[in-house]
Write a protein that binds this ligand. Structure first.
Ligand code: OGA
Ligand code: NI
Length: 356
């Protein structure tokens, strides 16, 4: 009985787990877009320097040095909604450990991975597809989603026991990212001439972090299949560890898709919808997507930061004035989450629902 049940499950999963679909060598009809998708243009040369932040310079004791880097950060987040950061203090060898252990998880047999999935958990665990399956066209990626911080939000039944070091490495990674995120929230505030703790206070001391481990198998029809559809993140900020070998991330600006360049050892910081709300629209929540390729699998680890559970979040009062009237209403994380997932599954913009 138990056996035949799990067999049915496995057959069903074979249709929704993209790694299994990819093994057939064919792309089912429902993945194919009508338009040619894969072409993006390169980020213009004059923006490359602005979109690359040298982390320690943000905190330089030389005012002229710090001011230049803070101005780059302000410009990147107001014009693009993202930047890449180097010299952030996490060793490249540790980033590779995070990357490899995540890849090893996806390379486990399906039987092992589905131990961490659950049909009644919409968000956490393996194959938590975040509303993607409910949309008209499917997307070429699998995901493991875990609450990382604060520790009491973790649901350990979804944390892989294999590979053996997974939990230890990801726990350590989340602690390192907490420190970086705090420094970046401070730099964001300073770049707008605000008290450096203002974005941290606005989100509450027990800011939440969740992890999306994304696996994009190589795809036989890359020009017609997306890895992840165009979306903005629900976070205040996301820190992405992109694949250092395989590109695919694109960002949208003025209706043009730009290819995000691979910068070895860099982390990518992007603003999410709650970040745009918090800054009263001064910093932009970047719309982005992932294109596929026919040669290589791709992996990324996204860490999404949001405010403390149930805390109300809205534009900080310092950024509301005559020149910038309040753009978005206040709401708590529970309400936000329901609006976000609803909009995501329907392909609408969450921010439109939050405008005053
Ligand atoms: C995400 C995302 C981008 C990538 O997980 O929300 O946009 O490069 N990932 O995988
Ligand atoms: Ni995203």
């Amino acid at each position: 009985m138990a056996n035949s049940e799990s067999k049915v499950d496995k057959e069903e999963l074979g249709k929704i787990i993209i790694q299994e679909v990819a093994k057939t060598g064919k792309v089912p009809e429902e993945f194919l877009h009508k338009d040619d998708l894969s072409k993006g243009v390169d980020v213009p040369q004059e923006w490359r320097d602005v979109l690359l932040i040298d982390f320690p310079l943000l905190f330089s004791t030389l005012p002229a040095v710090a001011d230049t880097e803070l101005e780059k950060l302000r410009s990147a987040l107001s014009n693009w909604g993202y930047f890449q950061v180097i010299n952030h203090g996490i060793d490249n060898s540790f980033l590779q450990d995070v990357f490899e252990i995540s890849k090893q998880f996806f390379n486990l047999p399906l039987e092992e991975k589905i131990k961490y999935s659950s049909s009644d958990e919409k968000v956490q665990g393996y194959a938590a597809n975040l509303g993607r399956s409910r949309s008209q066209t499917n997307y070429w990626s699998d995901r493991l989603f875990l609450n990382l911080q604060p520790e009491e939000n973790r649901k350990l039944k979804f944390w892989p026991q294999k590979p053996a070091n997974f939990s230890k490495i990801i726990d350590e990674y989340s602690q390192k990212l907490t420190r970086i995120s705090e420094a970046i929230y401070k730099a964001m505030a300073r770049s707008l001439k605000l008290d450096e703790d203002c974005f941290i206070k606005n989100q509450g001391r027990k800011m939440a972090m969740s992890g999306g481990f994304n696996f994009y198998p190589s795809c036989p029809s890359p020009e017609r299949v997306l890895g992840v559809k165009a979306h903005s993140d629900g976070s205040t900020m996301t820190i992405l560890l992109p694949d250092a070998q395989v590109g695919g991330l694109q960002v949208l600006k003025h209706d043009i898709w730009y290819n995000v360049p691979i910068i070895p050892g860099a982390l990518l910081i992007n603003l999410g919808d709650l970040g745009e709300v918090m800054t009263n629209g001064i910093f932009k929540s970047v719309v982005h997507r992932v294109v596929t390729n026919s040669e290589k699998d791709r992996l990324s680890v996204a860490a999404f930061f949001t405010s403390e559970d149930k805390k109300e979040i809205g534009p900080v009062s310092e950024l509301i004035n005559e020149k910038h009237p309040q753009l978005y209403r206040k709401l708590d994380t529970v309400e936000f989450r329901s609006i976000f997932f609803e909009a995501l599954s329907q392909g609408r913009k969450t921010l439109d629902a939050l405008k005053l």
